[in-house]
Design a protein around this ligand. Structure first.
Ligand code: ATP
Ligand code: MG
Length: 315
């Protein structure tokens, strides 16, 4: 089983509008409501891959109840942590030309008792977990060192941790030695405080994260592919995508692909690439099933093309 932890989940409302005009009443053509959050996406991707996932989520108010119902209808197991505040609603506006504008709400503040219950729920679920994937931003009330605490507690209980977060929450967690971190190019550039122009720049940045405590760095570089750096070596891979439909959740799908394939080494990297590419080929945040994967489009090499210029340079 893979346990996912999403401290700041959301109810995602997507509206299709003709065009955005500031200061006007905009009538939406369609409205969609989805359970949201990076760990929720990882749970959906793990489940789509045919493996069991349990999602630990603080949930509150009517939006929280709706998130629980929607996940239940999708066959996603939830270990809810009831909170007094209401789960946030995030708004996405999609214009006719495909432009996406998002408004992410800050979310409720967790009380000390709720924070403790969240940690306790993770602990209760951990014995069955091959991996604990901690994903996304921290809500108000959780200290930037919160993920570091989760890593330390998980290791004490013998579980392995994969972490997909950014900024201070990522930097502070490194000293607790997470087993895997999965930054994208921007998150990696921000963590080391310098831009990444080439694959070699990304390798150096990943090595730095390892010096600061990460055991394995799986860096996703958007259309440029992915990089894996661990004790055993460095690998780079790409997966051909002929028609990009939606990169929403591609990173979350990649992390799920990496973990369901064992969470280490070049085979797991190949699985991460296959899942990322398949997610990009599918609409919206639909997660790939095994039949959607195209392993023949994936290539992985230990001969890392360090001089390759990144198409999506990160600053
Ligand atoms: N435009 C693209 N063309 C081909 N593959 C892509 C493209 N975008 C993403 N991918 C695949 O998906 C993987 C993850 O994408 P990316 O690095 O953008 O993740 P991310 O920014 O963490 O995404 P998110 O957090 O929104 O899920 C990439 O490493 C790549 O394998
Ligand atoms: Mg991401």
């Amino acid at each position: 089983m893979i346990l996912t932890v999403t401290p700041n989940p959301s109810l995602d409302r997507t509206y299709e509008v003709h065009a955005l005009k500031r200061g006007e009443v905009i009538r939406a053509e369609t409205e969609r409501v989805d359970p949201g959050g990076k760990g929720v996406n990882v749970s959906r991707a793990v489940t789509a891959a045919g493996r069991r996932a349990v999602a630990v989520l603080p949930l509150g108010g009517a939006p929280g109840a709706l998130v629980a119902d929607l996940l239940d209808a999708q066959g996603i197991e939830v270990a809810p942590v009831p909170i007094a505040g209401a789960t946030r609603s995030n708004i996405a506006l999609v214009e006719a030309d495909g432009t996406l504008t998002k408004i992410n709400a800050p979310g409720p503040e967790l009380s000390a008792a709720e924070q403790e219950l969240l940690l306790e729920t993770v602990r209760e679920q951990s014995p069955d977990a091959d991996w604990i994937a901690c994903c996304g931003s921290l809500p108000r009330g959780l200290a930037p060192s919160w993920y570091a605490d989760v890593v330390t507690r998980a290791h004490a209980g013998g579980a392995r941790i994969a972490l997909d977060t950014s900024g201070r929450a990522l930097l502070e967690a490194l000293r607790a030695r997470p087993d895997v971190v999965k930054p994208n190019a921007e998150e990696l550039a921000e963590a080391v405080g310098r831009p990444l122009a080439t694959v070699g720049d990304a390798v150096k940045a990943a090595e730095e994260l390892r010096r600061w405590g990460a055991r394995t760095v799986l860096a996703s570089l958007g259309a440029d592919g992915q990089l894996l750096v661990d004790d055993a070596g460095t690998w780079f891979g790409t997966a051909r995508v002929d028609a990009v439909r939606s990169n929403v959740g591609a990173g979350d799908s990649s992390l799920a692909g990496f973990l369901v394939a064992g969470g280490s080494g070049p085979e797991a990297l190949a699985s991460a690439l296959a899942h990322g590419a398949a997610a990009v080929r599918l609409p919206g945040s639909v997660m790939p099933a095994p039949a959607d994967l195209d392993p023949a489009a994936v290539s992985v090499t230990a001969d890392v093309p360090v001089d390759r210029v990144l198409e999506e340079a990160a600053s």
